[in-house]
Design a protein around this ligand. Structure first.
Ligand code: DON
Length: 313
């Protein structure tokens, strides 16, 4: 075992309890009513390395839905289905500086394609690019891909969260119809695209699943356990770049300066992060800051990254 791993083992629970205090300044997301039931002061982290070792601290037993973290992986699947040209005809490569559910920029650019695949508008466009004749076929392919990456064939949709979101998603619905009008959603039924999008956001995981999924990205698309290349390296490179520039929404710049790691957050309070060539990291902390990122989770990731000088920069 490396000295770093040993120190992580002793320090992680200490750092975690210090970061947990930050949860008090955040709020659990309530715009999807079912998410409001999550425990506000929970905080957990799992770190996996390439030698089948895992470290856990805090509330790692908590189950939560992927929400926006799923967007990284639907992007990878869309790239595998359509290639770079197919995907980037429908979605851009630039950060917005706006909230994740904003529609502001869709009217300001020509063509009116979403700025990037990690904002809601971009992820809805990406959902329409996944191969499959029906929404069920698409979501089955997405679930199978996520299961393979997470190393758990039992991953499934949390139906209560899915129903809660689909009933209340007036803003996402309007974004999607706007995309249809702009010609971004071609030859597809808007409601069917939304079904796929809400369902992949509602896939339920724990910190270990996030850490395993992140580990594949940390090893350039290869599963370090089996040695199998699950995703082409080039597509992982694209995904990691988006995670740095847009993964923490309009807090991505600050997070890149403070932690310097590719990461992706979700409104359930999950964060997936990675240290290239070394670790996959899963975090849950349901209380969010004003940008929609886990307030205690961000603090803990920054603490650990600084302690070991993990920043890419
Ligand atoms: O579309 C939504 O609003 C949610 N299903 C996902 C948003 C999300 O996780 C944004 N994250 N910070």
């Amino acid at each position: 075992m490396s000295a770093e791993w040993n120190e992580l083992q002793t320090q992680l629970p200490v750092w975690l309890e210090a970061s947990r205090q930050r949860a008090a300044s955040g709020k659990v997301a309530a715009y999807i009513p079912e998410l409001a039931n999550a425990p506000a002061d929970a905080l957990g982290m799992t770190i996996c390395d390439g030698h089948q070792q895992a470290l856990t601290a805090g509330d790692c037993g908590l189950q939560f839905t992927l929400q926006s973290i799923s967007k990284v992986f639907t992007l990878l699947l869309a790239l595998m289905d359509q290639g770079e040209e197919g995907v980037f005809a429908k979605v851009g490569m630039e950060p917005t500086g706006d909230n994740f559910n904003s529609m502001l920029k869709l009217e300001l650019v020509d063509p009116g394609i979403p700025f990037n695949p990690l904002i809601n508008a971009g992820a809805i466009a990406v959902s329409s690019l996944i191969h499959g004749a029906t929404p069920a076929e698409k979501i089955n392919r997405i679930a199978a891909f996520f299961q393979e990456l997470a190393g758990d064939a039992a991953l499934k949709i949390n139906e209560a969260v899915y129903l809660s979101e689909t009933k209340t998603a007036h803003r996402n619905r309007s974004l999607a119809y706007f995309l249809k009008a702009n010609g971004v959603l071609e030859d597809v039924d808007v409601e069917e695209v939304l079904e796929v999008y809400f369902k992949h956001c509602s896939i339920e995981v724990n910190c270990m699943h996030l850490a395993r999924m992140a580990l594949v990205l940390a090893f350039d698309g290869a599963d370090p356990v089996s040695g199998r290349q699950l995703v082409p390296r080039r597509y992982v490179q694209i995904a990691k770049t988006f995670m740095i520039t847009c993964g923490m929404y309009n807090e991505s710049g600050a997070f890149a300066i403070r932690a310097g790691l590719p990461a992706k957050s979700g409104v359930s309070g999950g964060i997936l992060a990675l240290v290239p060539g070394k670790y996959g990291i899963g975090v849950i902390g349901p209380a969010l800051n004003s940008k929609g990122n886990s307030t205690a989770g961000v603090h803990l990731l920054e603490t650990v990254s600084n302690a070991f000088d993990w920043s890419l920069f």
